[in-house]
Each structure stands twice: as C-alpha cells, then as structure tokens.
Design a protein around this ligand. Structure first.
Ligand SMILES: Cc1cc2nc3c(=O)[nH]c(=O)nc-3n(C[C@H](O)[C@H](O)[C@H](O)COP(=O)(O)OP(=O)(O)OC[C@H]3O[C@@H](n4cnc5c(N)ncnc54)[C@H](O)[C@@H]3O)c2cc1C
Length: 517
C-alpha cells in the first residue's frame, strides 16, 4: 500500500521538505534513478492561494549544497534562477563595544580542527592577535569580497566552505517547478479549512475550502505562522523564549546596488544597533537589509530611522525611497513537534530570530531525518515521533543557547537592551554552565553530540574569541609535541591565505563569468 505524505504549505519549508522526501522515495522519469520505493510513497503539497509566504530567509548554511544536490538541482540553475550569491559566514560589527569593532564567524573550521586545537594554543600564547585570522584564511578572503571557488571548479565543490544568499521568492518558485516536474510531487492549490479526525485522534484528512478532502498517512504542517494543523487543530502549546532572546519585530527592505560594478559581499553582515541588529545580505543584483529588534526596548519609528540611516550611509546602495515590510513574531517553538500523525516543520514549529540563519538549516535537517526514517507503519510512527521530538527539542535548546551567547558576551552598556541581555536571569542555565567550563577549557570536540549538533565547537570558538572571551590557559597546559605541529599549521594558514587571495575571483567576477558562459 502507498504511504501518502501530505504537506500543508508552499513556502520554503513546504517545498524543501517535499523535495527531500520525494527525491528519496518517489523519483520518477528516469529509469536509472527509479527507486524501489517508486510505488510506495506519494507526496502531495497543498498551498493556500490566499496566504502569502513569509519569504524572508535569504541566508543559508553550507548544508544547502548537499540538499540541492540531493534533490537533483544543478548549482548553475540554482545560482541563476535565485540571483544567489555565495555566503562564507557572518561578520559581526559593533557587538562588543558598539563601535566599529568586528569579527568573523566563517564556515571553515580552524586549521587542523579535529586533530590539533589551535584555539588552545591561541588562548595560551597569542591572544593579542585576532583569533579568526590566526586560525583561518576565510575572514581575510571575505574582506576582499572574494568567491569561495574559481569558475573552473565543479558544481558544489569548494576551495573554502560556503552556503548561499538567495532570493527567497525565486527559490520557492524554482523548488516548486522542480518538485512537480522532476520529482513527481502532486500540487494542490487550496486553503485548508478544517481537519477530519480519525478514531485514534490522527488526522484522517484535511478539508479544503470548497469541500475537497485530501487524506493521508503522514501530515506535515509547513503552514508558517498559521500553524493550521499543529496549533489550530492539535493546539500543541507554543513556548515563548522572549525572556531569553528579546527580538520580536523585523523591518525588511530590498535595496538595489548603486551600479553594476559595486562589490558583492562574501558574508552576511550583522551590525548591532541600540535595541537589536541590522542584517545585510548581498545577492547578485540587490541586497536584503533589515532591522530586527525588540519592541520592549524601542518602537517601530526609531527602528525604521536606524535602518534607513544604515542604508543611506552606504555608498554602494541605490538611493530610492524605501518602505520597509514589518514582520511581527514571538520568538519560541512548540512544546512538541510531532503529534499523532502530524509533524511541524518550519515556522509552524518555531522561529526565534534571523541571527546565524538557523531556520532553513533546521528545515533541511528535520526533513532529512523524516525522509530517512519515513515510518513504515503506525506503531513505528509513534516511536519515531518520540525520537524526533527529543532531537528537535535538543536542537532548539542548542540554537537558543548559541544565539544568546552572541548577546551575553557584549561589553555594551549604552542601552537597556544590551544591559538586559547580560542579566543572569535571562541566560539559560545550560549556557551558564557551558560558559563556566569555557573559562578554563576551550570548546572542544567532546562537548556535544557531534552527530546531531548544529553548531560545532569551531563555531563556538569563533564567537567566544571574536568577542574577546578569555579561557585561562597557560603555555604549560599545552601538549609539548603539538607545538611544532601548531607552528607548521600557522605557516600553512599564512601561505594558503596568500594563495587564495591571488587565485580567487571576486564574487562579481565569478558571476559575470557564469552569466557569459
Ligand atoms: C525577518 C526574518 C528574517 C529571516 N532570515 C532568515 C535567514 O536569513 N535564513 C534562514 O534560514 N531563515 C530566515 N528566516 C526564516 C525563514 O524566512 C523561514 O524559516 C522560511 O521562510 C520558512 O517559512 P515557512 O515555509 O515555514 O512559512 P511560510 O513561508 O510562511 O509558508 C507558509 C505556507 O503555508 C501556506 N498556508 C498557510 N495557511 C494555509 C492554509 N490554511 N491552507 C493551506 N496552506 C496554508 C501559505 O500559503 C504558505 O505557502 C527569517 C525569518 C524572518 C521573519
């Protein structure tokens, strides 16, 4: 018998989930890739004609390369359809002192990561130097607006690890077309009005305006803030995290480049403001810029002024009258994510804020897990639901701790917002414990469950030491036999930085070449 997976919602969450499940279970049109599951699984996506997508998510993690490859989309198609640009990490400006201080959180781990801890050696010997440039070339490459690869390199291969900046609306259109035409996903346009329950409390079918019923075995709620199944039908409680992460409003703009030859940045720039921060994401043809802030500490007018000031101070942006789009949200997530035969993915499951672009990666990871473990029968589903809930809750806690870390480490005393972030009462115990540990040892490989963790210890090192955190290590704490190896790695990093600076094209050169060929 066929398993029918019904996805409600055609935003990024819906189409990524459809693509990931269908690529594994329903591949059609190609005898070579025809899967033995071909008759077993059917994926249907239902999308309301009346509710617009959120469509803000423009920064991805490097995981997106694997996701696109797995779904069967060529990188060239993706880059040109979605005006996409490479993202090599994030640059944080003004988070420490509120001045022009900055640091990078790049996607490349420190040199030797996994065998030698350069962070330990840096902490014990070289603290006066910038941590990121001591252990990696990527920040220096980003400063020059360089691409992470040359045009001759194969699709998805890299010289320096990268994700993307993309146009979310175009991304959804591309996924929609690919899923329907290449992966056999059935698309139904219709607004889900209510649910017909089965006797055991499962969802038997969803009912669309007009009366059409769509029945299924597994229902995936990707209906965004509407959360039509997980919230409206099952009323699974939402756990607000606003007492930890205060931001609850965003003002979003799309701003054109001033001309066709201005530089295209290699990373997301996150610039701290008095009551939040401004994101700045460079695509090939424009920039996505927005201010996310806490309405407890400022108002929309002030936030808008700060945003427009940021834009008008940048000579590489076109000067036009701009009207930001306002988005309100409560930072937090569901108490559980998989209930009965319904699982929530995307904003219906939760959203905290755009810092470190954690939303799309969580969608990819959740959809991948479900696709790998697609329940074969109803009793298997109950066990899998329990495991998914445990894992996803753990991931949310990890995200919340890691995002909060960015705020807690500040020295800023210039506004109530930053002072409140440093109050111990707003810091989760798990983060306080971790910070206690990091005062005497650097974040290392044995910290978490590496297989499932989202943020490696390398990411924690970049943020901690970028923000001036002190781990009290002395030279005498270092393994003697490692010292020579560290010297060699340092020389290699310096050498590789020089080589990359001379070999890599700028992002603009890369995309000009791509469009010509
Ligand atoms: C300010 C901001 C910045 C962000 N930046 C990033 C970023 O840089 N990186 C990142 O990874 N993420 C980011 N995100 C998050 C990202 O935008 C979302 O995770 C992503 O867009 C997924 O949204 P979604 O598909 O869950 O919901 P939506 O895009 O809202 O889609 C919901 C879908 O459900 C459908 N629907 C709703 N009700 C019904 C109904 N009754 N019947 C049928 N269909 C229905 C709608 O028609 C729509 O198709 C950001 C979010 C915000 C708010």
């Amino acid at each position: 018998m066929k398993t029918r997976v019904v996805i409600v919602g055609g935003g990024t969450a819906g189409w990524l989930t459809a693509g990931i499940i269908a690529a594994k279970h329903c591949t059609v049109n190609n005898a070579d890739t025809a899967n033995i599951d071909i008759q077993q699984t059917e994926v249907i996506l239902v999308e309301s004609p009346d509710v617009k997508n959120l469509g803000v998510g423009e920064g991805t993690w490097p995981t997106m390369r694997d996701t696109l490859r797995q779904i069967g989309i060529s990188e060239r198609t993706f880059l040109s359809c979605c005006d996409a640009n490479f993202k090599q990490g994030s640059k944080f400006v003004g988070w420490l002192d509120g001045e022009s201080d900055h640091y990078y959180h790049p996607f490349m781990a420190p040199a030797g990561y996994g065998s030698v801890s350069l962070a330990e050696h840096w902490s014990a010997t070289s603290r006066e130097l910038n941590f990121e440039s001591w252990v990696s070339s990527q920040g220096t490459v980003c400063q020059q607006n360089l691409a992470p690869k040359t045009s001759q390199m194969p699709e998805y291969a890299f010289g320096l690890n990268y994700g993307y900046h993309l146009n979310a609306g175009k991304f959804v259109s591309m996924l929609h077309q690919h899923c329907v035409e290449k992966l056999g996903v059935r698309y139904i346009q219709g607004h889900v009005e209510h649910v017909l329950p089965a006797e055991n409390g499962d969802i038997a079918s969803i009912v669309l305006v007009g009366g059409e019923h769509v029945d299924g075995d597994l229902f995936i709620d990707c209906s965004g803030f509407a959360a039509i199944l997980i919230d409206k039908h099952y009323q699974i409680p939402f756990k607000s995290k606003q007492h930890i992460l205060f931001n609850d409003t965003a003002l979003a703009l799309q701003v054109e480049h001033a001309s066709d030859d201005v530089p295209i940045a290699s990373c997301t720039v996150a610039t701290a403001q008095k009551s939040g921060w401004v994101w700045d994401i460079s695509l090939q043809n424009r920039r996505g810029i927005g201010h996310v802030f806490s309405s407890d500490f400022t108002d929309v007018e002030q936030a808008e002024r700060a945003l427009l000031k940021y834009v008008s101070n940048d000579p590489f942006l076109a000067t036009k009258k701009l009207t930001p789009r306002k988005i309100k949200f409560t930072p937090g997530h569901r108490e559980t994510f998989w209930h009965k035969n319904c699982v929530a993915i995307g904003v219906s499951a939760g959203f905290v804020e755009p810092l470190e672009a954690t939303a799309l990666v969580l969608i990819e990871k959740s959809a991948e897990w479900i696709s790998q473990q697609l329940p074969r029968n109803r009793s298997a589903m109950t066990v899998l639901a329990k495991r998914f809930n445990q894992l996803t809750l753990q991931r949310w806690q990890e995200i919340i701790d890691f995002l909060k870390l960015h705020y807690v480490l500040t020295n800023r005393q210039d506004s109530e917002y930053w002072r409140a972030h440093q109050q111990p009462g707003s810091i989760p115990e798990s983060l306080q414990d971790a910070m206690t540990l990091w005062r005497s040892q650097v974040p290392g490989l044995y910290e978490g469950n590496q297989r499932f963790e989202l943020f490696s210890s390398a990411s924690k090192q970049y943020v901690l030491y970028g923000m001036g955190f002190h781990t009290a290590l002395a030279q005498s704490d270092l393994g003697r036999q490692e010292v020579l190896r560290v010297k060699r790695l340092r020389n290699e990093t310096l050498h590789s930085t020089e080589k990359l600076l001379s070999a890599l094209p700028t992002n603009r050169q890369f995309f000009s070449h791509l469009m010509k060929t």
